[in-house]
Write a protein that binds this ligand. Structure first.
Ligand SMILES: NCC(=O)N[C@H]1[C@@H](O)[C@H](n2cnc3c(N)ncnc32)O[C@@H]1CO
Length: 147
């Protein structure tokens, strides 16, 4: 999994068109979303993650918690983003992993939003620009090589 973490004044999105034949079903309310004072986490789930999804979820949540603690962010935006890798996991596996990450972050006490999966979306982001405001992380299941 590849993650781009941006500590932001806000992130807002608006769903445009379907990017998959069968995107995640969403309510009208989910067509737009915004969080202020947020750690935005853009995530590409990779094929290598399919070998142990639960471990990847655990490692991703740990990394996100670590960065959130360093930048003192209490809100997290989980953002499906298929542009950080050329070896993407299948959509059904990717969605399940992102849903589990969202669930676990909520259990940890964060306010969490997850942008809809399988759509093209317009988004606006205001990066805070401090030294830890732009970070990337690569996560793979144990025993797998980082490509
Ligand atoms: N910018 C808009 C967009 O990326 N849209 C993506 C994601 O929402 C989602 N998606 C599909 N596969 C994946 C994956 N492996 N990891 C993350 N998201 C995925 O499906 C869309 C088309 O690839």
């Amino acid at each position: 999994m590849r993650m781009l973490l941006i500590h932001s004044d806000y992130l807002e999105y608006e769903v445009k068109d379907k990017a998959l034949k069968n995107p995640e079903p969403i309510s009208d309310e989910q067509r737009k979303g915004r969080l202020d004072e947020v750690l935005a986490v853009f995530m590409s789930v990779e094929k290598v993650d399919e070998s142990n999804p639960d471990e990847v979820v655990e490692k991703a949540v740990k990394e996100i918690k670590d960065v959130a603690s360093q930048v003192k962010a209490e809100k997290i935006f989980v953002y499906p983003f298929a542009h950080l890798s050329s070896e993407l996991a299948k959509p059904d596996v990717a969605l399940k992993i992102l849903q589990k990450i969202e669930e676990k972050l909520k259990e940890e006490g964060f306010e969490v939003k997850r942008a809809p999966f399988g759509y093209y979306k317009a988004f606006k982001l205001s990066c805070k620009g401090h030294p830890l405001a732009e970070l990337s992380r690569t996560i793979v299941p144990s025993g797998e090589a980082v490509s």
